[in-house]
Design a protein around this ligand. Structure first.
Ligand code: HEM
Length: 372
């Protein structure tokens, strides 16, 4: 099945059972598990990105001591930038806005896929690309976009994300100068903003790595576990309890797929609109264990059409998590503010500060804002 056959932009709710479709088969997407070149260091990374082609200019900029050239040198530190300069093109904020806009269009071209939006799965790609970060070793995170490589692309937690990687690849073909890490995290930002979520400050500067930078399996959370596991995983990334609870509010969006994670169903009645409904439903509904042959998950007693993962339910059981979950259920603005801050941090995990092309993050406009 090709996406061009599924163009009509429609938004649908979780109740539209007829719109549920089995996942688009990953075999219809290009595979991106390129074998790694024999490079061993970042110097080789830059070389691979075409720095060699303008080595003379770069050398001058790096070695010159004037302020202007130092700024230029900082900008050049990003491999993505390097590739662009090699192509005689230095992208501006406006160029990244164009990439954002293309992603935003694609989000709405989902036709009958899931609930009529690719936003949730694109958001999940951004999170899984970043959430591998380990602050004690500095490995993982969004910098190198290592989910392009096997075995990381095949890790159980990443099942189904070939859909999102395939969509992002279409954008990459149009904007070849952008790094995969920048593209995927910008996808996460666009997904949140286009689905009516808070503004997410974002900066460019990630560089494409190699398979050797890929992370081992087990760095992403296991939905069947309890509070100690959730803390192990998120503390490893550098987050605290409040940030953990805020980030999990992203489960207002999208759904579980039995052919991906084994779990099934959406968390909210509006899975393509970013709200604090995830927390509200956690406290307002009565949650019971679903009777089925699949993995242990909860369903709402009233309609039996919504679900919660064991890790979601823990947010109402653990005393510290519960305090924040309740606060977000009661105050949507607080949730939006805290989600934005934590998600912006998540998107930058593993990216050395000096790689960013601007010191201040940018706020990109939604399609609606640009129309207005
Ligand atoms: C304890 C932490 C978490 C666990 C155990 C977890 C687990 C899961 C699972 C099992 C799914 C279903 C995948 C599928 O079957 O397609 C899912 C979906 C999703 N998750 Fe999480 N998640 C966690 C945190 C997060 C965070 C921090 C974010 C983003 C900030 C996030 C965003 C999403 C989104 C948007 C979906 C829907 C994807 C779709 O509709 O295709 N999750 N998550």
């Amino acid at each position: 099945m090709s996406f061009s056959a599924l163009r009509a932009p429609v938004r649908r709710t979780a109740f539209s059972a007829s719109f549920r479709r089995s996942e688009l088969r990953s075999s219809s997407f290009r595979k991106f598990s390129t074998p790694p070149p024999a490079a061993k260091s970042n110097a080789a990374l830059y070389a691979g990105l075409g720095v060699a082609a303008f080595g003379g200019i770069a050398f001058y900029l790096y070695t010159s001591s004037s302020d202007t050239s130092k700024e230029a040198a900082t900008a050049l530190k990003s491999g993505a930038q390097a590739a662009k300069v090699a192509a005689n093109f230095t992208p501006t904020k406006e160029d990244y806005q164009k990439v954002y806009n293309r992603i935003a269009e694609i989000i709405d071209e989902a036709g009958e896929y899931d609930d009529g939006s690719f936003g949730p799965v694109i958001l999940r790609l951004a999170w899984h690309a970043s959430g591998t970060y380990d602050k004690s070793t500095g490995t993982g995170g969004s910098n190198y976009a290592t989910m392009r490589f096997e075995p990381e692309s095949l890790h159980g937690a990443n099942a189904g994300l070939s859909v999102a990687r395939g969509l992002m690849e279409k954008v990459k073909q149009e904007f070849s100068w952008i790094s995969y890490g920048d593209l995927w995290t910008l996808g996460g930002v666009a997904a949140v903003q286009e689905m009516a979520g808070p503004k997410i400050p974002w900066r460019a500067g990630r560089i494409d790595g190699f398979a050797e930078h890929a992370t081992p399996d087990g760095r992403l959370p296991d939905a069947s576990q309890g509070a100690p596991h959730i803390r192990d995983i998120f503390y490893r990334m550098g987050f605290n309890d409040q940030e953990i609870v805020a980030l999990c509010g992203a489960h207002a969006l999208g759904r579980c797929h039995s052919n991906r994670s084994g779990y099934e169903g959406p968390w909210t009645f509006s899975p393509t609109t970013f709200t604090n409904d995830f927390y509200k439903l956690l406290f307002e509904e009565k949650w019971v264990w679903k009777k089925w042959s699949g993995p242990k998950q909860l369903e709402d007693k009233t309609t039996k059409s919504l679900m919660m993962l064991p890790t979601d339910y823990v947010l109402t059981q653990d005393k510290s998590f519960k305090k924040y979950a309740k606060a977000y259920a009661d105050d949507n603005d607080l949730f939006f503010k805290d989600f934005s801050a934590a998600f912006a941090t998540l998107m930058e995990l593993g990216v050395p500060t000096q790689q960013f092309v601007s010191s201040e993050p940018w706020t990109l406009k939604t399609l609606d804002e640009q129309k207005a």
